[in-house]
Design a protein around this ligand. Structure first.
Ligand code: SF4
Length: 332
């Protein structure tokens, strides 16, 4: 591990000043970055510890939405009464991630910035990984690619984003609030994560020195009918093979509007507006759910070991929609 400097500022302004220095990286709970540093994948020269900043509040917004401070832990976010009441989809997604111990350390801001769990990315002894070493190739394309993308991949990289939280945030159309020394910027979650394209080393649209300070959730009509369904190799402490955030706004038994986002299938949470629109204006049925699932998976291009994800994701979408469609408090 390379030597690095370390500072733990007490104020956001001081953190931003330190974070704007060349080679600086912010560290919150450290549940991903420390692994990357220990593996030699990341070699920061200067770690700016933002874990003690006063950014761990959950605050109701005047419009009926909710602001989550970036430093609130995943555990505290998932268990906050207003999150559970207004955004149960987010609470479910958070509680499906990692383990209790990790959720106690991991922050909302850090969860947004998780890097892929592609095995080739973490193995610095393996030469070909464009995300770790641009221009070196992609070991996964012709290697073991069971956990990799089926949507939105590129010649350069077929990695997936590992977060559960972000899939729910995508369905809820959250806004990421970031700051640097010049001011504040608001980034819709759909524009926060990047597809790999020709620059797979870039995961987000954050500029150097920018710090995530909060996530804003708009008012949601989806609290009563939402389901986060995660399919994985074991029941806990495993990343999603596929996951679905499904939310319905119902009028009687008619779907007024729907939100669907997929995880585990692309370099960012995957949404297709046409799939959501196809559900609106009629009751949810097995046929309409299957039709929406096909639209969501349209254009899927699996690789040698992950063709199973296409059918798995379609079935998971149907299942998540059926669970979301049940009366509140209905049995699973
Ligand atoms: Fe690297 Fe992306 Fe290829 Fe994995 S999929 S080996 S992260 S370039």
């Amino acid at each position: 591990m390379n030597p690095f400097s370390y500072a733990r500022p007490e104020t956001v302004d001081e953190a931003l000043r330190l974070g704007s220095q060349p080679g600086a990286r912010y560290i919150g709970g450290g549940t991903n970055l420390l692994d990357l540093v220990k593996a030699g994948v990341e070699q920061p020269q200067f770690l700016v510890d933002v874990s003690r900043l006063p950014l761990a509040e959950v605050a109701a917004l005047p419009d009926g939405g909710l602001r989550l401070g970036a430093m609130i832990s995943n555990t505290d976010a998932a268990n906050h009464p207003l999150v559970r009441e207004r955004y149960p989809l987010l609470a479910q997604a958070l509680l499906s991630g990692a383990s209790g111990q990790l959720r106690n350390m991991a922050t909302v801001g850090g969860n947004l910035l998780q890097r892929t769990r592609c095995h080739y990315f973490y193995d610095t002894g393996f030469p070909a990984c464009n995300k770790r070493k641009p221009g070196s190739g992609c070991g996964a394309r012709d290697g073991i690619n069971r956990i990799h993308a089926i949507l939105g991949a590129s010649e350069q990289c077929i990695a997936v984003h590992p977060s559960d939280m972000c899939v729910a945030l995508a369905a809820l159309e959250a806004v990421v609030v970031v700051r640097d020394t010049t001011g504040e910027r608001r980034i819709p979650i759909a524009d926060f994560h990047c597809l790999p394209g020709n620059t797979p080393q870039i995961d987000t649209t954050l500029a150097p020195g920018e710090l995530v300070v909060a996530v804003d959730l708009p008012p949601s009509p989806y609290a009563a009918h939402a389901c986060y369904l995660k399919v994985r190799d074991r029941a806990s402490f495993a990343f999603a093979l596929v996951s679905v955030a499904a939310a319905l706004e119902l009028s009687g038994n008619t779907v007024r509007s729907a939100r669907l986002a997929l995880g585990g299938v692309a370099h960012k949470p995957w949404r297709v507006p046409a799939a959501e629109q196809a559900l609106a204006g009629r009751p949810l049925t097995a046929l309409s759910a299957a039709s929406a699932a096909r639209l969501l998976l349209a254009g899927a291009q699996p690789f040698e070991h992950n063709a199973f994800k296409v059918g798995l994701a379609e079935r998971a979408v149907v299942r998540a929609l059926q669970v979301a469609n049940r009366p509140p408090g209905g049995s699973p």
